[in-house]
Design a binder for this molecule. Structure first.
Ligand code: HEC
Ligand code: HEC
Length: 213
C-alpha cells in the first residue's frame, strides 16, 4: 500500500515534469567524494533516525532508496517542502531539533540519496522564469508573510536582496528547507494553507529570488 502510494507519487511528479516543459537531461557523473559527504550529513543532520536508504536506517518516514529518485535539486526541494508540515510533527514527537544547513549541505544530501536509489527517475532540468516566479510568489501566498519592495506581509522577513545573498538553486533550496519548519508552524498558528510546490514552481521562485539584487 505504502509502496503503491510512493510509486503513484513518482508518477504524478513525472506527469508534472512533462506538463511543465521540463527537459530530460543526462544523469550527471556521480562524484564519490560528494556522495560520501552527503552520507555523512544524512547521519549528522538526523535524517537517518527516521529514514532508511535501502532498508538501513529509521522507519518513521519513507525509505528514500525506494523512491524513484531525481537528480534535480529543485525537484527534491519541492518534495521535501511539501512534506515539512508532517515531518515537523515527528521531529516534535521525538524531541529532535530541526537541523540547520550550511549552503550546499542539502544538495550533498540529495546527491547521496540519488546515488543510492534503486529506481532512478532521471534528471529533470526545470527552466525557471523570474516573471513567472514573481506571479507565483503572490499566487501561492508567500506574499501573505513576506514583503518585497515594501509590498506584502510582515510575519516573515522581507526578501529583498535574495539574489545578492544566494547564487545557486542548491543554496536557495538549503536555505528554504532550513526555514520551512518555522514557516509551517506560523502557517498552522494562523490557519493558513501550506502551499504545495511542484518542481517547476520552485524553479520559477528561485529564478525570481536570484533577480532580487
Ligand atoms: C523525526 C523524523 C524525521 C526526520 C529526522 C527526517 N524526516 Fe524526512 N520525513 C519524515 C516523515 C514522517 C515523512 C513523511 C511525511 C509525509 O507523509 O508528508 C518524511 C518525508 C521526507 C521526504 C519525502 C519522501 C517521499 O517519499 O515523498 C523527504 C525527501 C525527506 N523526508 C527527507 C529528509 C531529509 C533529507 C532529512 C534530514 C535532513 C529528513 N527527511 C529528516 C520524518 C523525518
Ligand atoms: C505563514 C507565513 C509564511 C508563509 C506563507 C511563507 N513564509 Fe517564508 N518565512 C516565514 C517566517 C516566519 C520566516 C522566518 C523563519 C525563521 O526564522 O527561520 C520565513 C523565512 C523564509 C525565508 C528565509 C528568509 C531569510 O531572509 O533568510 C525564505 C527564503 C522564505 N521564507 C521563502 C518563502 C516562500 C518562497 C514562500 C511561499 C512558497 C513562503 N516563504 C511562505 C513565514 C512564511
Amino acid at each position: 500500500m505504502k509502496m503503491r502510494k510512493l510509486v503513484l507519487g513518482g508518477l504524478v511528479v513525472c506527469l508534472f515534469a512533462v506538463l511543465s516543459g521540463a527537459v530530460f537531461a543526462a544523469d550527471p557523473v556521480v562524484d564519490q567524494d560528494r556522495v560520501a559527504a552527503g552520507k555523512e550529513l544524512f547521519t549528522s543532520k538526523s535524517c537517518v533516525i527516521c529514514h532508511a536508504v535501502n532498508a538501513v536506517g529509521g522507519k518513521v518516514g519513507p525509505d528514500l532508496g525506494e523512491w524513484e529518485s531525481f537528480a534535480s535539486t529543485s525537484l527534491w526541494a519541492a518534495i521535501m517542502w511539501n512534506h515539512v508540515p508532517n515531518m515537523i510533527k515527528e521531529f516534535k514527537a521525538k524531541k529532535i531539533e530541526f537541523p540547520s544547513f550550511k549552503p550546499g549541505d542539502i544538495e550533498l544530501i540529495f546527491e547521496y540519496i540519488h546515488a543510492q536509489a534503486k529506481n532512478k527517475g532521471g534528471t529533470y532540468a526545470f527552466p525557471g522564469d523570474a516573471d513567472r516566479g514573481a506571479f507565483l510568489f503572490q499566487y501561492l501566498g508567500c506574499k501573505q508573510c513576506h514583503a518585497i519592495e515594501n509590498k506584502g506581509g510582515s510575519v516573515g522577513p522581507a526578501l529583498d536582496g535574495m539574489g545578492s545573498r544566494f547564487k545557486t538553486d542548491g543554496e536557495l533550496a538549503g536555505h528554504l528547507i532550513a526555514h520551512a519548519p518555522y514557516m509551517a508552524e506560523d502557517a498552522e498558528r494562523q490557519k493558513l494553507y501550506w502551499p504545495r510546490l511542484q518542481g517547476n514552481e520552485i524553479a520559477h521562485l528561485f529564478e525570481y529570488f536570484k533577480s532580487l539584487k
